[in-house]
Design a protein around this ligand. Structure first.
Ligand SMILES: [Mg+2]
Length: 386
């Protein structure tokens, strides 16, 4: 690549209201509290990145991510656009200041890959070594709702997304066995496709999780393709027990946040698969390392998301379609959560035959809408987006 430097890095607070509240086992969300990064190179090329912090999942808050990125912006100005070197700088910054932000690193990482891709005229998946990106079906997620509301949402998804080849739905589980069983069976009756489940640590007792997963599997069978994080994140023994006894493959999510966590899960064979999120692991650079380790050990992968707009989801699409061993993606927040779209491109263009497919365009393949361009230029001073 040509010798290109980072001219500057701008960081914005990006709060976006959700269409409707979204509930999982431990929390209800009404807004995404994200951060936007705009990196400008010495050639005037812009790279975009997005942080989507969520303390229980990523370990950092929006405020912490913003503080980290403000310091990083000062350190990175003038540095060569070299992803590995940039990550070294960010690690040193964490050590020096004690400030840690996985999502801040992820946002800067995405902006770097975007800028490198635009500089070289190559899509990010191609930079990651995939000439032909693979197409992995995505789930569309349904939060915890009553049975009636859940079924109405399933019908709504089938109506709205049937023409895009919707094949998989993900159901959030509450940890209340009877309710979870009933919701899963009712949904399986009206939705003919595959289902994934996500308990978000809802089952404290591994035996109870095994019991309910067996009942679900007895009724629905192999259409239940995986269950994420049935047990508390710090209890790897419980995760191991459920993984061993569950007829549905168990994927670690909250237990598998960083590269270190994922390495431990792989070494201890604590689950059949792991859910890699760029926001948890600190960006594509670390995601590639984790995928290599998992592939070497025969551990399956899925790629998930937080409450991310089409910028961070585009980064995840490029990543997921370039690495090996991915059996499922859950990249749906840009399709489902927001009324506001901060980029010019329509996210639905990348939902093809049930899969998320990255654009064949340089970098991540997205550009900010004109009023966000003005924001990035400092012509607008807006912190809050509704
Ligand atoms: Mg999950």
């Amino acid at each position: 690549m040509r010798k290109v430097r980072i001219r500057n890095l701008s960081v914005f607070k990006l709060d976006i209201a959700l269409r409707e509240p979204f509930t999982i086992a431990f929390k209800t969300y009404t807004h995404a509290h994200n951060c936007l990064v705009v990196l400008e190179t010495s050639e005037g090329i812009r790279g975009y990145g997005e942080a989507s912090p969520d303390k229980p999942i990523t370990g950092d808050s929006q405020e912490e991510a913003l503080s980290f990125m403000k310091l990083a912006a000062k350190k990175l100005a003038g540095q060569m656009l070299d992803v590995e070197e940039i990550h070294k700088t960010l690690s040193r910054l964490e050590e020096e200041t004690g400030l840690r932000s996985q999502t801040g690193k992820a946002a800067i990482d995405m902006a770097c890959y975007d800028a490198v891709g635009k500089t070289e005229g190559r899509p990010v998946y191609d930079i990651l070594g995939a000439h032909e990106p693979s197409r992995i079906p995505t789930t569309l997620t349904i939060g915890i709702k009553t049975i009636e509301e859940t079924l109405a949402t399933v019908r709504n998804y089938m109506e709205r997304f049937g023409k895009y080849g919707l094949r998989r739905i993900k159901l959030k589980l509450s940890g209340k066995a009877e309710e979870d069983l009933e919701r899963v069976l009712k949904v399986a009756e009206i939705f003919p496709g595959e289902l994934t489940l996500d308990a978000n640590q809802g089952y404290r007792d591994p035996m109870q999780a095994i019991k309910v997963l067996n009942k679900m599997y007895d009724e629905v069978g192999d259409r239940l393709i995986l269950v994420e994080q049935p047990t508390p994140k710090d209890d790897l023994d419980a995760l191991k027990i459920v993984s061993r006894e569950s007829p549905i493959p168990v994927f670690a999510d909250e237990s598998a946040a960083t590269l270190k966590d994922i390495t431990r899960i792989i070494d201890e064979r604590a689950s059949s698969g792991v859910n890699i999120k760029l926001q948890k692991i600190g960006g594509i650079y670390y995601g590639v390392k984790a995928a290599q380790k998992a592939n070497d050990a025969g551990i399956k992968l899925m790629v998930g998301c937080n409450e991310e707009t089409h910028i961070a989801i585009s980064a995840a699409m490029h990543y997921a379609s370039a690495i090996r061993g991915v059996v499922n993606v859950d990249l749906d927040s840009d399709l489902l959560l927001f009324e506001v779209n901060i980029v010019k491109e329509d996210p639905l263009e990348t939902f093809i035959l049930g899969a998320r497919v990255p654009r064949v365009k340089p970098g991540l393949g997205v550009e900010l809408t004109s009023w966000f361009e003005a924001l990035a230029d400092g012509k607008l001073l807006l912190q809050k987006v509704v």
